[in-house]
Ligand binder design. Structure first.
Ligand code: F6P
Length: 546
């Protein structure tokens, strides 16, 4: 592998493209979006792009032709195209973990070849998909029964992070296409109230647990899995019942077997699938049981459409690349620290939470690939809630707050349910918010509405908030795959530009280790003097005394 990208990772600010972008950003910083549009209404056309079933509108971003040209030049100078080819070519671009990054192989069609260490991983992917499909069909049809012969009516996914957020998000997104006779639940938190609540109305005889963990060592997941086993056996009494009520999704055969799950009922994946890139691997087993193998494959096709678009489309028209570049412009050249992602589809209500891990665990890093500290900002804070609900909570701050927050608004031309009189209102709200946030309302316009002078300032909207709008025809498994893949590749693009490794997550290790060292001091009956820092010791004493 050509490793020159590692040495170049910390030199973003030495590039002429970076200097040119900084100076251009200063030059157009004072230009309001109203002015951009007044000078060139055709930006509504030339800043709109279509690919893989998505229409992307960046005309309300605070950019002009020169900014876009420079951003594309920056992407080229940072080697986005070369690194993209390395990812698709199975090179070990996750250099800190010495791994290939091959989530794109998870949706490669049968017959394609992606060779890694002499093995065609696409064959392996399809072997697992076929096993998942056979299992999902058996659960859905009732052929797979619980230990006492009863049909499975509840599926509980136990997992956390990438082994929870993707499947939980997808479950809601594919709900209209799902078998409603099967209840699907998710237990992730080590807080016993999570397990307690999610299982309170379930019957062990008809409940199937999917223990989803890439490593099968994660504290939260294994604690919940052990509790689930006790909960099941308290009623089923016989250890042999575990084989009928527990299956595993993992890369770790040894630990799965140790837990007591028959490895025949284990669905594998590989170290080249990052946790936050795994919802379309066997980690999606709960999704497949809910919506059925055919819909799951449709979701994979949606992913694949975007993969091909990302791989084959010139940067100038490449949706994920452009999305990544808008983020870089807003973060590094305009200085905005957060980005709101607002799905105008209730089926995507959990999409922002999913994106938080995808983007922030991938690109929330201050160390370049060569080990040097970055001298520029990396991942912004990503957050969001579905519209229109969000409009009635925090949109006040977005419209008139003292900080500017760029936003992605996502929507669909049609809804899944044909409920009369709703969809045009939802769509009107997307367009209205995009318009209000970007154009605002001037004091003169407020006065023209007959507003009393003392209230004019309070009722004026500065606008000039950067907005991108993404629209697909209709929700569904395919649409979900396209949106997720678009963000995956935008994250990739940004990681390459920032010179960081988007595929490791060392930053979560310290807290995990400390929790393990603190836990014995909080266990029931613990008496020994705690030996941590003074504040932690004081808390431990307080918790013990109360
Ligand atoms: O703590 C972070 C993390 O490692 C994530 O990257 C991962 O998605 C999650 O924990 C769960 O890990 P696992 O699937 O191995 O249980």
């Amino acid at each position: 592998m050509d490793t020159s990208f590692i040495a170049q990772s910390s030199s973003l600010d030495a590039l002429p493209e970076d200097a040119a972008l900084k100076s251009h950003a200063r030059a157009i910083a004072g230009t309001h979006l109203r002015q951009f549009f007044a000078e060139d209404p055709s930006r509504a056309q030339w800043l709109a792009f279509e690919g893989a079933g998505i229409r992307a509108d960046h005309s309300r971003q605070r950019i002009d032709k020169r900014a876009l040209e420079l951003l594309l030049a920056l992407a080229r100078a940072r080697g986005v195209e070369a690194r993209r080819a390395m990812m698709f070519g199975a090179e070990r671009i996750n250099v800190t973990e010495d791994r290939a990054v091959l989530h794109v192989a998870l949706r490669a069609p049968k017959g394609e070849r992606i060779m890694l260490d002499g093995v065609n991983v696409v064959d392996e992917v399809h072997a697992v998909l076929d096993r998942m499909a056979a299992f999902a069909d058996r659960v859905r049809s009732g052929a797979w029964t619980g230990f006492t012969g009863k049909r499975i009516t509840a599926v509980v996914n136990i997992g956390i992070g990438g082994s929870d957020l993707g499947p939980a998000m997808a479950m809601l997104a594919v709900r209209p296409w799902s078998d409603r006779s099967i209840t699907c639940r998710f237990v992730s938190n080590v807080d016993g109230d999570d397990f307690g609540e999610q299982t309170a109305d379930l019957d062990p005889e008809t409940t199937l647990f999917i223990v989803s963990s890439k490593t099968f060592t994660t504290l939260e997941t294994m604690t919940n899995a052990n509790t689930a086993r006790e909960w099941s056996l308290a009623k089923l009494k016989d250890r042999a019942a575990v084989a009928k009520h527990f299956v595993a999704v993992s890369t770790n055969h040894g630990e799965v077997a140790k837990f007591g799950i028959d490895t025949q009922n284990m669905f594998g994946f590989w170290d080249w699938v990052g946790g936050r890139y795994s919802m379309d691997s066997a980690i999606g087993l709960s999704t497949m049981i809910a919506c059925g193998p055919a819909h799951f494959r449709e979701m994979l096709e949606g992913f694949r459409e975007m993969d091909e678009h990302f791989r084959d489309t010139p940067l100038e028209r490449n949706l994920p690349v452009l999305q990544g570049l808008m983020g870089v412009w807003n973060r590094n050249y305009l200085g905005f620290a957060t980005v709101g992602v607002i799905p105008y589809s209730h089926l995507l209500a959990r999409f922002p939470a999913y994106l938080q891990q995808l983007t922030m665990e991938s690109n929330g890093k201050y160390v370049c690939l060569d080990g040097k500290r970055v001298k520029w900002d990396t991942c912004p804070v990503v957050w969001g809630e579905p519209g229109t609900n969000a409009q009635h909570s925090y949109f006040q701050m977005l419209h008139q707050g003292s900080s500017i927050v760029p936003m992605d608004l996502l929507g669909f031309r049609h809804s899944a349910h044909d409920v009369k009189g709703h969809q045009h209102l939802l769509l009107a709200n997307i367009l209205a918010q995009a318009q209000a946030l970007s154009f605002g309302k001037t004091a003169d316009e407020v006065r023209k509405d007959g507003c009393e002078e003392p209230l004019v300032a309070a009722r004026t909207f500065e606008g000039n908030r950067p907005i991108s709008v993404y629209m697909q025809d209709a929700p569904g498994p395919r649409a979900l795959g396209r949106f997720v893949a678009m963000y995956e590749h935008a994250v990739f693009t940004q990681g390459v530009i920032w010179g960081i490794n988007s595929f490791d997550q060392w930053g979560v290790e310290l807290g995990k280790k400390l929790a393990v060292s603190i836990a014995p001091d909080l266990a029931p009956g613990a008496r020994a003097a705690p030996k941590h820092d003074a504040a932690t010791n004081a808390w431990i004493e307080w918790l013990r005394s109360n």
